[in-house]
Design a protein around this ligand. Structure first.
Ligand code: ZN
Length: 192
């Protein structure tokens, strides 16, 4: 009953950390929004944070224009998340891979205060290496969900974000068109 929304409603809840990870185009943010909307239906106070470096969409886009829209706060450092509203019961964190190395400690603090923390982010960068604080977050989470995209080459489940352009920068923001989801086989096929 750890994640039961009814228990949250009755005030019988314990904090926890959930991680939603996967490649680009895998539906991580959609899954984050789905869980946050369910929390809102259960009348829980929800807040979303994201790194200010994410310029691809602004506040209103995290949960789009309906009655359930969730206030999203861009922050420069993970420690700013601790200044959340006193009555917040559920915290969503999007694009977690771009946060600093303190994010796991921040999430632990929130969970220990009784808050349900739901974190979404890319688990691997385009080179296939673990991305930022994501591996540490996955270790300390009660629940880890890995979502797959669909390989554009063969239709298999895809877990890699293949970069179609040659830049070596780890972060290419605002250029989703520069990536495509690929399965393990198709990701390595072009490397030789
Ligand atoms: Zn493939």
């Amino acid at each position: 009953m750890l994640f039961s929304e009814q228990n949250y409603k009755r005030g019988i809840y314990r904090g926890s950390i959930e991680v939603i990870c996967g490649s680009m185009f895998s539906g991580k943010t959609e899954e984050l929004i789905r869980r946050l909307k369910r929390a809102q239906i259960a009348k829980l106070k929800v807040e979303i944070f994201k790194p200010r470096t994410d310029i691809r969409y602004d506040v209103s886009d995290v949960v789009s224009h309906d009655a359930n829209s969730v206030q999203s706060t861009p922050v420069d450092h993970s420690s700013e998340i601790l200044f959340l509203n006193a009555d917040t019961q559920v915290v969503g964190i999007d694009e977690a891979q771009f946060f600093d190395a303190e994010l796991p400690a921040v999430c632990n603090k929130l969970a220990e205060k009784g808050i349900r923390v739901i974190v979404a982010g890319l688990d691997m960068d385009f080179t296939g290496k673990p991305f930022g604080p994501m591996p540490a977050l996955m270790c300390i989470a009660e629940l880890v969900t890995k979502v797959n995209a669909v390989c554009v080459c063969c239709g298999s489940p895809a877990m890699y974000s293949f970069r179609k352009v040659s830049s070596e920068a780890t972060v290419l923001l605002g250029e989703k068109e520069s990536y495509e989801p690929r399965c393990r086989f198709c990701y390595h096929m072009t490397e030789a």
